[in-house]
Design a protein around this ligand. Structure first.
Ligand SMILES: N[C@@H](CCC(=O)N[C@@H](CS)C(=O)NCC(=O)O)C(=O)O
Length: 202
């Protein structure tokens, strides 16, 4: 069965697009445009009118992290979705942590920098987000001390989910100098062919 992934590449749909390349499963990319998201057809797929969304046969799912955890659990091999409950819990931990502790700060800066007219920019909100970011990146840096990936020596869905969020640190030119483990880990993850293929780059 070919899964359908809804949403433009330049959106959080990049996350499931990365994982389907990583898993090597057949998929259909329904790119959509942002203006299509509130139409009746798409609202049947995701009543929130947001992307990404997934259809796997009759089964429909929204929320980028949930989609990736589902696909990893269904198709992951060789520890990509770890087998022990404890390691799976760590996968959930890093995925939820990325969404709650990192994403909004990166997004605040990203939107202001690239998607906001100069007269609408909010330097105070950006400064606050920039001030908040070192705290989670210090935590991530510590967790990666002496290991290449979040759970050890193997790239797992935890790395993919968190790196897909942290990838926004690149366009905003976040300074990883104080967090070398985190910076090297992000480069390692984003150098993967699956990430590049999802973006249509080499
Ligand atoms: N927490 C959701 C966020 C989904 C979301 O906000 N997606 C944006 C695109 S990246 C969207 O669809 N925006 C359209 C809108 O809010 O109307 C997820 O991770 O899937």
């Amino acid at each position: 069965m070919t899964v359908k992934i809804y949403g433009p590449t330049a959106s959080r749909a990049a996350r499931p697009l990365w994982i389907v390349h990583e898993l090597g499963i057949p998929f259909e990319h329904v790119a959509l445009e942002m203006k299509d998201l509130k139409g009746a057809d798409f609202l049947k797929i995701n009543p929130n009118g947001k992307v990404p969304a997934l259809a796997d046969g009759d089964f429909k799912l929204f929320e980028s992290m949930a989609i990736n955890l589902y696909l990893a659990a269904k198709h992951g091999k060789d520890g990509f979705m770890p087998s022990s409950l404890e390691d799976q819990a760590l996968v959930w931990q890093w995925s939820f942590w990325g969404m709650t502790e990192v994403e909004r700060h990166l997004l605040t800066v990203l939107i202001d920098m690239f998607m906001t007219a100069p007269d609408k920019r909010k330097p105070e909100a950006v400064a606050e987000a920039q001030k908040a970011l070192p705290k989670p990146f210090a935590v991530l840096n510590g967790a990666l001390q002496g290991r290449d990936y979040l759970l050890g020596s193997t790239f797992t869905v935890a790395d993919l989910n968190l790196a897909s969020i942290c990838s926004w640190a690149k366009p905003i030119k976040f300074d990883f100098a104080p967090f070398p483990n985190a910076g090297a880990w992000l480069d390692r993850c984003l150098a993967r062919p699956g990430y590049k293929a999802a973006r249509g780059t080499k």
